[in-house]
Ligand binder design. Structure first.
Ligand code: SAH
Length: 352
């Protein structure tokens, strides 16, 4: 029955307007409906009381209002929470909520699996299933907001597209999701509080800049020579360091904004003092900060985490060169919610 109706969340605001037009309904209803869904958490047209009853009935006959359904939540000892969602085709995706002193950051997924095959990332080892549609991406924010509201807890303050998948490999849907997340009519979270993390797809980085999406950009650099980066991140063979850093240099930044470079520290691979010096040289002239992430190991992984002294040494060299360099520990490790780990527990356990 529902399969004959159109899932309203597949439609952007403009598409919905066009569809309402063909039904002889007023275009401004589209904005009202979007607000009901994303701001009032409506799950039926019946609730949309500023729309006349006859119109609500017609809408309900044409559209369905399905949402990603929450299957499971887990809470880590450090306060991190993981949410597992079921999609209409039976696939599952995960989002992770990371509370901090003054923020509550939701890390969302953009794909089921990932094609990028980074060697240090568990998601990358599991292969690719499909892109998420924009409403499945924005739906993670909507559903977690709804849960927090029902609990009476603090809402989401920041969003990072750093979960499963490579957001720029799903460019169009991610861009639509960004619009829904940042639109005042919908989720209303400022682009300044939204960060997209890419492994370095240069043409799409340029396209993101051209699209004028006012989001923060994070780039997973993770190496300072093409030789090492080729080995741990296959994307580097297409867009080597020189091209990637040129794309960073020309990326249009809002005033007072900086690019974040993420650098996963892998023992004996990219964590030497020479690497830190090379990194300082590579980033010269780019408005940026560096997040150092000690490798988060998983069963069967070929890499090791450096010891704390090596992490500190790396950080100090960057700081001595006047960079902001923070060490970011992976959160939620005890519930497989940490960096690179958003994959079914069973898959990890299987390779133990
Ligand atoms: N595809 C995007 C976003 C997903 S990965 C990207 O590459 O940026 C999010 C971050 O987690 C990246 O910076 C990645 O380098 C890091 N990461 C992946 N696996 C990790 C691991 N096992 N330990 C620590 N960080 C990891």
């Amino acid at each position: 029955m529902t399969s004959e109706r159109i899932s309203i969340k597949h439609l952007t605001l403009d598409e919905l307007k066009a569809k309402l037009d063909t039904m002889g309904l007023k275009g401004y209803r589209a904005g009202q409906i979007i607000s009901w869904i994303y701001q009032q958490y409506a799950v039926s047209f019946e609730e949309m009381t500023n729309i006349a009853k006859v119109e609500r009935d017609r809408l309900a006959a044409v559209f369905s209002l399905t949402v990603p359904s929450l299957l499971q939540t887990e809470r880590s000892s450090d306060g991190t929470r993981k949410f597992l969602f079921g999609l209409e085709d039976g696939h599952t995706i995960e989002s992770v909520l990371i509370p901090d002193d003054d923020r509550q950051t939701l890390c969302i997924s953009s794909q089921v699996g990932c094609q990028q095959a980074c060697r240090f990332c568990l998601t990358g080892q599991g292969g690719f299933t499909r892109n998420l549609a924009f409403f499945e991406i924005a739906g993670q924010v909507l559903e977690v907001s709804r849960i927090l509201k029902n609990e009476g807890s603090r809402g989401i303050t920041n969003i990072v597209l750093m979960g499963m998948g490579e957001p720029l490999a799903n460019f169009e849907e991610v861009l639509k999701a960004i619009r829904i997340i940042t639109s005042d009519r919908a989720l209303g979270i400022s682009g300044r509080r939204l960060t997209l993390s890419t492994d370095g797809l240069v043409p799409e980085m340029d396209a993101l800049g051209r699209a004028g999406a006012k989001v923060n950009l994070a780039v997973s650099l993770n190496a300072t020579t093409d030789e090492t980066r080729d080995r741990i991140m296959p994307v580097n063979r297409r867009y080597p360091l020189k091209e990637l850093l040129a794309a960073c240099r020309r990326f249009p930044l809002e005033p007072r904004r900086r690019i974040t470079f993420e650098y996963v520290l892998l023992r004996g691979v990219n964590d030497s003092g020479d690497d830190a010096l090379r990194l300082a040289r590579l980033l010269k002239g780019i408005k940026c900060k560096v997040n150092l992430i000690p490798f988060n190991p998983f069963p069967g992984s070929e890499f090791k985490r450096p010891d704390d002294a090596a992490v500190k040494r790396f950080q100090k060299i960057l700081q001595d060169h006047h960079y902001t360099a923070l060490v970011r520990e992976s959160r939620g490790r005890d519930i497989s919610a940490a960096c690179g780990q958003l994959r079914e527990r069973a898959a990890a356990a299987g390779s133990d």
